[in-house]
Design a protein around this ligand. Structure first.
Ligand SMILES: C[S@@+](CC[C@H](N)C(=O)[O-])C[C@H]1O[C@@H](n2cnc3c(N)ncnc32)[C@H](O)[C@@H]1O
Length: 288
């Protein structure tokens, strides 16, 4: 991450998505080259991605169910979901390069997954059928300008009685600036803003292997959404919320000088980790 840059030109929602799509196309190549746990999924047909493992128990038995995974990226979690027994698994992502690579990875994993290239806001029109589970996780809401529209899409994809599970970076974690030399300072908005934070950043959250493809399309746009805004959006969309959990660990490490990883690869603050929530999980369902 670098500091947000002022976005001097007047911009539209479609141009923000277009910048993000190009940025994620580049990140897909970089992430694929970094490993991203893909070989482990190919080598072991029962392997589950490290990012999905914490949710396997809460997702339960998916036998016979139809599952949709929003913002699936390279599909490592999507392939893992397909190994929990569902009848149908669909992954949706804005980035065509992510979807193209996800298809190839699923083939190598001998996993039966459908991938659809679409903006999450268009997912209802892009995908046929209703789902008993809508799942999305880790680095998703920050790419979306409004949570109300997103929550309506989630609800529209659910069959009556269907479940929704989201695990994502906590919005309080997202307020802390990159430079932590003077401590954890709240520098970015907690509440949803109309205008995005625009970044110009050639890096990503993976350790790039030597010779890995560079990110040429560095410009990207992000939004934060408060926990109250997320919960309220899901309630307004008609969902019943049954669980809201916060945790003090992150799947990625923005501040190597302040964080330590445990054996499961979860990063916590070295000093008093109880100070800052880093992830949240919400479980909800559409009334039957
Ligand atoms: C951080 S990744 C999700 C990571 C995923 N949990 C994983 O383990 O790989 C974010 C994904 O959101 C996708 N994305 C961003 N904006 C989107 C949008 N408006 N609609 C659909 N997908 C979007 C990106 O293309 C990217 O693949």
């Amino acid at each position: 991450m670098t500091s947000p840059t002022p976005d001097s030109m007047p911009r539209t929602r479609s141009s923000w998505f277009e910048d993000n799509r190009k940025n994620w196309n580049d990140r897909a190549a970089l992430h694929h080259a970094s490993g991203y746990g893909i070989q482990e999924l190919i080598d072991d047909p029962r392997a589950i991605s490290a990012t999905l493992v914490p949710d396997v128990a809460r997702l339960g038995d998916l036998t016979g169910k139809d599952v949709i995974h929003l913002q699936c990226h390279l599909g490592t979690d999507t392939v893992s979901l397909s190994r929990l027994g569902p009848r149908r698994v669909v992954g949706v992502d804005l980035s065509g390069e992510s979807v193209r690579r996800a298809r190839a990875i699923a083939t190598e994993c001998r996993a039966d997954v459908e991938y659809v290239e679409a903006n999450v806001y268009d997912a209802r029109e892009a995908v046929v059928g209703d789902f008993q589970l809508v799942f999305t996780s880790l680095g998703v809401l920050c790419w979306l300008p409004d949570v109300d529209g997103w929550a309506r899409v989630v609800a529209s994809l659910l069959a009556p009685g269907g479940r929704f599970v989201i695990r994502d970076d906590h919005p309080m974690f997202m307020t802390i600036g990159e430079d932590v030399s003077r401590g954890l300072l709240v520098e970015q908005p907690y509440f949803q803003q109309d205008e995005p934070l625009t970044w110009d950043d050639a890096g990503s959250y993976v350790v790039a292997s030597p010779g890995a493809p560079a990110i040429g399309n560095t410009r990207n746009h992000q939004w934060n959404h408060s926990l109250g805004e997320i919960v309220t959006a899901l309630l307004r969309a008609g969902l019943v919320i049954t669980a809201l959990e916060e945790s003090s660990y992150s799947a990625w490490c923005p501040w190597p000088e302040l964080m330590v990883a445990d054996e499961a690869g979860r990063y916590r603050l070295r000093d008093r980790p109880e100070r800052l929530p880093m992830q949240f999980v919400i479980e909800a369902h559409r009334p039957a």
